[in-house]
Design a protein. Structure first.
Lengths: 339, 281
């Protein structure tokens, strides 16, 4: 296990290096000169030169990449071209809302999907199975941004049940001071009931919209995994021993079936982050997604680099953790170290 | 009794999911083909309109605030969406298939290098990479969206084709072809690739759905064509402001159209997979 862990870690380092190289290469090839755009036409050569130096635009490509990488490790991405804020600071402020949104969405999808998938597999052909199949087909076909708009229209405006948009401490829980930007997690940990409820209400619609993407895959995977496990010998043994069906399913089948499902859930992160970018835009969520989209629109390239790099790091690190967890949960895989 | 001998096409037509998929895709193709019969042009503005008009009269699905006819733009949008989906898949195949085939057949260092590049591209959440490429191309057109979506799809195609080639490469008839002294190129193109067509076809069909969804997403984010173009994602981006109002007729049709199209291609792709590989469940 240790050898495997180290090998995977060693593999992740060049991957991240190559990915950051790609980020740098793409963003620095953007057309136009950010300094001319920033300073306008009426500027002095000195000011232009200083700006170019500040933005790391001078020198050979590899040297500039080195500077970028050196800064990135310290979360120093330079300053926002428009607002002049420190991009590293903004990113740290915008990461928590995205993480909370993704975690809640994934939680909904996992709970609902594994339940629906198990039920479908136990009673194939029933209406619940139909619902499961429809969910798993529609989940990957409905545009998440449109679903978000419809949720706003129905639950936010028409029924007026839930707020849509607004994720600051003032929106969520007026009067409460937060020490972090994890509004939901912090209010939960500090047992602030009203604030937690407020946060839950505000995150409900975007998380629900986002959850449909992983929900589809999780439902589908759980169904086929449970079906497969049901045909195994240990199920017959358990039943022959006279175990109640509830225990056979709950203790034996589900536990085994959920191993691949947990992995799939983890690996859904890429599509989840993609969906988060779109969902955040619909709900004006103050996360990484909206930050990145605005930056792309304005060619605000220190911001774009920081966001892209961070998305890649999250993606690679979570995949790594899931992979290691999978190997830790399922000892059968550990024997195949050489592969 | 004929069940066992039924060819892929027969199996496809007996598959309920595939049939539904075919009907949905057919519907969208009909919409695209019939766009010329639409009551209004794709960029035609009804000058008598100052706010969204509800469905009825000479606007079957109403208009948006600009005076665009929702129904007509929906039909023309089918054209753009189908074209975007097909074009980006063709583009992704043109690059991805040779990459994957060479990687799988050559093996060794070539394979390692190519697959590492694929790994790097797959380390990006797809929308993130697509946004960056769209921003790099710096042109608000359908073409930009096509290229961005295609680039993002290339690593997936390459990996899938490589896996299929690896499977076929070890088969006896390939060994026989090698023993007969055929050149690697000839074996790859004439012997190996034809046997990988089935998974590529499935991948391409599912890919059209993914591409249409991704393209609509990019347009919605404002990285696609400008607001006048009758594209479903653009219509939704423009209609976004009506989500909080009463003018739901502006945003419901484009979303339903995207969902139907993507669902159609997904069902058709899954059905094709079952029909072409009866062993797979």
């Amino acid at each position: 296990m240790l050898v495997y862990t180290i090998r995977r870690l060693l593999f992740a380092v060049p991957l991240l290096l190559a990915a950051s190289f790609l980020v740098f290469a793409i963003v620095t090839s953007f057309p136009g000169d950010p300094c001319r755009e920033k300073l306008g036409q009426a500027t002095t050569p000195e000011a232009l030169a200083k700006c170019r130096k500040d933005l790391n635009l001078d020198g050979p490509f590899l040297e500039r990449f080195g500077t970028f990488l050196g800064g990135a490790v310290k979360l120093d991405f330079g300053h926002d071209l428009r607002t002049d804020e420190d991009v590293g600071d903004v990113v740290l402020r915008r990461l928590p809302p995205t993480i909370e949104l993704a975690v809640v969405a994934l939680g909904i999808a996992f709970l609902l999907g594994s339940w629906l998938g198990t039920r479908s597999a136990l009673r194939p052909g029933t209406w619940l199975d139909m619902v499961g199949q429809i969910v798993s087909s529609l989940g990957v076909s409905i545009p998440v941004f449109w679903l978000g708009m419809m949720l706003i229209a129905v639950f936010g405006v028409w029924l007026d049940w839930l707020p849509f948009g607004g994720w600051s401490s003032v929106d969520v829980a007026p009067g409460t001071t937060f020490h972090t930007d994890f509004l939901l997690f912090e209010s939960l940990v500090r047992l602030k009931g009203a604030a937690f409820l407020g946060a839950l209400k505000h995150i409900a619609l975007p998380a629900l919209a986002l959850s449909t993407i992983p929900l589809a895959t999780i439902t589908r995977m759980t169904r086929s995994a449970v079906l497969e496990e049901l045909g195994r010998d240990y199920v017959t043994t358990a039943r022959a021993k006279g175990l109640p069906e509830r225990r056979v399913i709950g203790r034996h089948v589900r536990r085994n079936a959920l191993i691949p499902v947990v992995t799939i859930t983890g690996l859904q992160l890429g599509t989840l982050l993609s969906g988060a970018v779109l969902t955040e835009t619909v709900f004006s969520w103050p996360g990484m997604g909206t930050y990145m989209v605005n930056a792309a629109d304005q060619r605000n390239y220190p911001v774009l680099m920081a966001c892209m790099l961070l998305f890649v790091v999250i993606f690679v690190v979570v995949n790594l953790v899931v992979d290691l967890l999978y190997h830790w949960i399922d000892p059968r895989l550990r024997t195949g170290l050489s592969s | 009794m004929t069940g066992r001998r039924a060819g892929p096409l027969r199996r496809l037509l007996r598959d309920k999911g595939a049939l539904v998929g075919l009907v949905l895709v057919g519907l969208v193709v009909l919409m695209a083909a019939g766009a010329n019969l639409a009551p209004w042009g794709p960029k035609e503005i009804d000058r008598s309109v100052y706010e969204p008009v509800p469905p009825g009269g000479n606007h079957p699905l109403g208009t948006d605030g600009t005076g665009y006819d929702v129904f007509s733009r929906l039909l023309y949008g089918a054209r753009i969406s189908l074209m975007t989906g097909l074009a980006s898949v063709v583009l992704a195949l043109l690059v991805g298939v040779p990459l994957g085939a060479i990687s799988g057949y050559a093996g060794g260092k070539v394979d390692t290098v190519l697959m590492r590049i694929v790994d790097v591209m797959l380390a990006f959440p797809s929308v993130v990479l697509a946004i960056a490429i769209a921003a790099l191309l710096d042109a608000r057109t359908v073409g930009t969206v096509i290229v961005a979506v295609a680039v993002v799809a290339v690593p997936t195609v390459a990996r899938q084709v490589r896996a299929s080639v690896l499977q076929v490469r070890g088969l006896e008839y390939v060994t026989a072809a090698r023993a007969m002294g055929f050149s690697p190129q000839r074996i790859l193109v004439r012997q190996v690739l034809p046997n990988c067509l089935a998974p590529i076809l499935v991948l391409a069909t599912l890919g059209v759905g993914h591409a249409i969804l991704a393209a609509a997403g990019l347009s919605f984010l404002g990285l696609g064509p400008e607001a006048r173009v009758a594209e479903w994602g653009v219509m939704l981006k423009d209609g976004y402001r009506y989500a909080t109002g009463r003018e739901q007729w502006v945003i419901v049709p484009p979303g339903v159209a995207i969902a139907i199209t993507v669902l159609g291609f997904n069902l058709l792709g899954d059905g094709l997979r079952r029909a072409l590989d009866p062993r797979a469940k």
